[in-house]
Design a protein around this ligand. Structure first.
Ligand code: ADP
Ligand code: ADP
Length: 222
């Protein structure tokens, strides 16, 4: 089953009055259960592609389908609901909320979705166990190492049980040993939970953990 499909995706950006075409008709399919890496030179359009596939940005042309449904046809409200429930995003710089502790950061997407914290306890405990942070649940982000902060971000991305996890350079801000630990974790989540993952990375070591590598160069898949 195809989890995410891009059809002839085009993206233009306005830069100082000139229109630059960053994606030049990209088509791809990600099957459920796959762990796919997107690689390629800096500025080739990898992050733009990831954001468009994840519904964080809109294409100039082409279509994005999630489980066969064209997401550009969703209304704003359906779209934000889908982002909270069906999609998990992990970034290079964790994007945690400094005043909230680990539990609160991880639960946030569910609370924003109107769920009661009490009803999410089991799921929270399970996710914290998977990412290895059960003993840090009351810590604030600044009290954690970079690797631990990224694990909180991964837990937050997974708490809603998303169809697909998107990761933009998840090891880009980490030393190589910690980056390897994060890749081990993503590999386990893919293997043990069957979690579909689409990841942008510069790191050949990180890409080596995935089941397929897509290379983007100058706005096209090569
Ligand atoms: P990569 O992830 O491969 O490094 P990006 O997708 O981040 O590449 O960027 C591709 C190109 O699009 C770059 O030239 C970048 O400067 C440009 N770009 C990205 N986002 C924007 C934006 N919001 N406005 C204008 N140009 C952008
Ligand atoms: P781990 O190997 O478990 O990721 P580290 O070796 O990076 O952890 O850090 C050891 C402990 O020190 C961690 O459990 C963390 O809670 C704490 N710690 C790490 N960085 C900081 C920091 N900047 N401020 C406070 N505590 C920290």
């Amino acid at each position: 089953r195809v989890a995410v499909e891009g059809r002839k995706i085009v993206k233009n950006f306005q830069n100082g009055g000139t229109d630059t075409r960053v994606l030049k008709g990209v088509s791809l399919k990600i099957d459920q259960g796959e762990f796919v890496s997107i690689m390629g030179p800096s500025g080739s359009g990898k992050s733009t592609l990831l954001y468009i596939l994840g519904g964080l940005d809109v294409p100039t042309g082409g279509q994005v389908l999630h489980n066969g449904v064209d997401i550009s046809r969703l209304r704003d409200e359906q779209m934000s609901r889908m982002r909270r429930q069906k999609i998990g995003f992990v970034f290079q710089f964790y994007n945690l909320i400094p005043n909230l502790d680990v539990e609160e950061n991880v639960l946030l997407p569910l609370l924003l979705d109107g769920q009661k914290a009490g009803n999410c306890r089991q799921r929270l405990d399970r996710i914290l166990e998977i990412v290895g942070l059960s003993h840090r649940r009351r810590h604030k982000p600044r009290e954690l190492s970079g690797g631990q902060q990224q694990r909180v971000a991964i837990a937050r991305a997974l708490i809603g049980n998303p169809e697909i996890l998107f990761a933009d350079e998840p090891t880009g801000n980490l030393d190589s040993r910690t980056g390897e630990e994060i890749m081990n974790l993503l590999g386990e989540i893919n293997r043990d939970q069957g979690q579909t993952i689409l990841m942008v990375t510069h790191s050949p070591e990180a890409a080596g953990r995935s089941s397929r590598v897509i290379t983007v160069r100058d706005g096209v898949i090569v």
